[in-house]
Ligand binder design. Structure first.
Ligand SMILES: Nc1ncnc2c1ncn2[C@@H]1O[C@H](COP(=O)(O)OP(=O)(O)OP(=O)(O)O)[C@@H](O)[C@H]1O
Ligand SMILES: [Mg+2]
Length: 314
């Protein structure tokens, strides 16, 4: 495969089974350079499990994992980091009592001198930290300020700037805005946009469609280990995204109800076929996996269907 055009990350039919728990089932998705992919889903949907596979913490039970078109078999997060996949976990792996620049270079400290005189090159670290944060529009007063005294949003920003500086191609953020207020979340979203404009592929995990929608180019929605699919922003409205997040259950019920109904009623079958045509599917295929963004239309039509029997029951 041509690596110029291959997505940065691509997974094909990935499943993950923990003992008897199927955490992920047949997930396919990809992320391109210069694009933000939002991974949405309720608690336990499998979001963290998926990004743990992407970041080398877990190995998939089934399926293929490609990075820049080449199949990968990471055995540790170090392997993933080695090719340029940086993950900012929610607990951030920063040391609260240490200063910003010490944290920035944590694990890759620049040194000066040698032997017993080798020491952390404070001046260089401070300068780079200052510059890199400035590139992201963050002005720090003191690079020695303990990270623990930064706001949640600032801490996330330092983690993002660090990943960018150390040459990440893919930035994975597990719920970076979950614990933040509106303004702080906005700041983090802006840094995500900056990482994108610098050509990184970003995977942004969130519960919150209002955080995802303004920033996302594509949206992958997980529900109990399965994927509803990936939607480009042009294919899905904020309302539809919200409804899919909140109403997965209702949606599934509706589609099965519709299918069942169509089997027993001619007029309904015709309506369903018509709706399905608009979705580019057949009525038999109109299951929740294929449910397209315009499902609200289906719901509307369903509401307008005449009742089947005298009791007004459809
Ligand atoms: N190491 C593990 N062993 C067994 N089951 C696991 C393991 N990790 C995750 N699971 C299960 O897999 C499912 C998906 O979990 P996951 O943490 O990926 O969900 P999530 O979408 O990140 O949820 P949240 O929004 O709450 O963070 C859950 O049912 C969870 O209990
Ligand atoms: Mg999680």
């Amino acid at each position: 495969m041509n690596t110029q055009t291959a997505p940065l990350i691509e997974v094909e039919h990935v499943s993950k089974i923990f003992g008897s728990v199927i955490a992920l089932k047949d997930i396919s998705m990809k992320v391109n350079a210069g694009e933000v992919m939002c991974l949405l889903g309720d608690n336990g949907a499998g979001k963290s499990t998926l990004i743990k596979i992407l970041s080398g913490v877990h190995q998939p039970s089934e399926g293929r994992y490609l990075f820049e078109g080449k199949e990968m078999h990471f055995t540790s997060p170090r392997d993933a980091l080695g090719v340029g996949i940086a993950t900012v976990f929610q607990d951030l792996a920063m040391i609260p009592l240490m200063g910003i620049s010490r944290n920035f270079f944590l694990g890759s400290e620049p040194t000066q001198g040698w032997g017993p005189f080798r020491r952390f090159n404070v001046k260089y670290a401070d300068q780079v930290t200052r510059e890199e944060l400035a590139k992201m529009g963050i002005q720090v007063r003191e690079t020695t300020q303990p990270v623990g005294t930064l706001s949640g949003g600032e801490r996330q920003s330092v983690a993002i700037a660090r990943a960018v500086y150390f040459g990440a191609k893919v930035l994975i953020l597990d719920e970076p805005t979950a614990a933040l207020g509106v303004k702080e979340a906005g700041v983090v979203l802006r840094y995500i946009a900056q990482a994108r404009s610098r050509g990184l592929g970003v995977i942004f995990i969130t519960h919150n469609p209002h955080h995802a929608y303004p920033i996302g180019d594509h949206f992958t929605i997980l529900n109990r280990g399965s994927s509803y699919g990936t939607f480009a922003k042009s294919e899905i409205s904020r309302e539809e995204l919200t409804a899919m997040m909140a109403g997965g259950e209702a949606l599934e019920e509706l589609s099965h109800e519709l299918a069942e109904f169509a089997r027993t009623d001619e007029k309904a079958a015709a309506t369903l076929a018509e709706v399905a045509r608009e979705f580019g599917a057949t009525a038999e295929h109109l299951h929740v996996e294929q449910l397209p963004p315009a499902y609200e239309e289906a719901e509307r039509r369903y509401d307008q269907l005449p009742s089947v029997d005298g009791e007004g029951k459809r």
